[in-house]
Design a protein around this ligand. Structure first.
Ligand SMILES: C[S@@+](CC[C@H](N)C(=O)[O-])C[C@H]1O[C@@H](n2cnc3c(N)ncnc32)[C@H](O)[C@@H]1O
Length: 279
């Protein structure tokens, strides 16, 4: 993990995730439901989660594996670790523990039955090394179940708003091979990466569904606020043209989101891979 990536999730990016935790978790809830169904955790299993964020799945997995199973979460962001520890305690969970560490390098006390991640595996500085490290956490015969985004073209929720912002300022270019949400969008490359790291029987299953932009119940106005603040699209706009430019873009984003306001939420097509692999 580069210092920059550590700083991002252990700083500004992690803070933004925590500040907008409810809409983030609500937004990805349809794909998360499919991911949890694919994992189908059972009592007695020991599970390690990579990049647990605000700890929603931590609580669910700990409850599903109780009383004899256990949950360990590994996340690089100190504030997210603190938050999740409190959330698990408040939920009355007793079989969960949390480690603040880089999943690309951390060593565990003992191997687990299963590894899991919801959108937490696209940010490693050295993915080959990281996936081999996670492989070393899992007992022979165990598995790894995780989600990652499919290509941006299949995820208009990011493309449409990015394009509006791009009309006003040059948005920072993303390196598709570098750390970022769409880094593992190519299933052939993901399969090769995992096999190279020692995983077997790798399967990438495409999930297509709705993304609730800004979370359940968001209006075009509140979803535009979410896009500008939580997805950090407002920052380059503010830098370029101050609050006036942000307000101009906000009006355009509200207009673009209105046609997607159905049944009380902003519903846009989304696509992700649900990846399974055996140790
Ligand atoms: C997009 S968020 C997903 C959070 C959560 N799993 C969810 O679905 O709500 C990515 C998470 O991965 C964590 N993360 C990023 N790089 C990491 C690394 N090298 N090791 C461990 N966690 C990492 C971040 O701190 C963040 O919590």
């Amino acid at each position: 993990m580069t210092d920059q990536a550590v700083e991002d999730w252990n700083g500004e990016v992690g803070e933004r995730w925590l500040k907008h935790l409810d809409p983030f978790e609500s937004m990805i809830s349809p794909v998360n439901a499919a991911l949890m169904k694919a994992a189908d955790f059972k009592p007695g299993e020991s599970v390690v989660e990579v990049g647990f964020g605000g700890g929603k799945n931590a609580v669910e997995i700990a409850k599903a594996t109780a009383p004899s199973g256990d949950y360990l979460g590994v996340d690089i962001s100190e504030i997210l670790v603190d938050h999740s520890r409190k959330r698990a305690a408040e939920a009355g969970v007793e079989n969960a523990s949390f480690l603040c560490a880089d999943a690309g390098a951390a060593k565990l006390d003992a191997p687990r039955d299963r590894a899991f991640s919801s959108f937490g595996v696209m940010f490693f500085d050295n993915p080959e090394k990281a996936f081999a490290n996670i492989r070393s956490w899992v007992k022979p015969g165990g598995d790894f179940v995780f989600s990652c985004w499919a290509v941006p073209d299949m995820n208009p929720w990011i493309g449409i708003v990015g394009a509006i912002a791009g009309e006003y300022v040059e948005m920072p270019e993303r390196d598709p091979e570098g750390p970022g949400p769409f880094r593992m969008a190519d299933p052939d490359a993901t399969k090769a990466l995992l096999e190279g790291a020692g995983w077997k029987d790798v399967k990438c299953t495409l999930w297509r569904g709705e993304q609730l932009v800004g979370g359940e119940g968001a209006s075009p106005e509140s979803a535009a606020g979410f896009v500008l603040e939580a997805l950090a699209i407002g920052e380059p706009l503010e830098e370029e043209g101050g609050p006036e430019l942000v307000e101009k873009a906000r009006a355009d984003i509200v207009k673009a989101l209105k046609p997607f306001h159905k049944d009380g939420s902003i519903r846009m097509d989304a696509a992700a891979w649900i990846v399974t692999a055996k140790a």
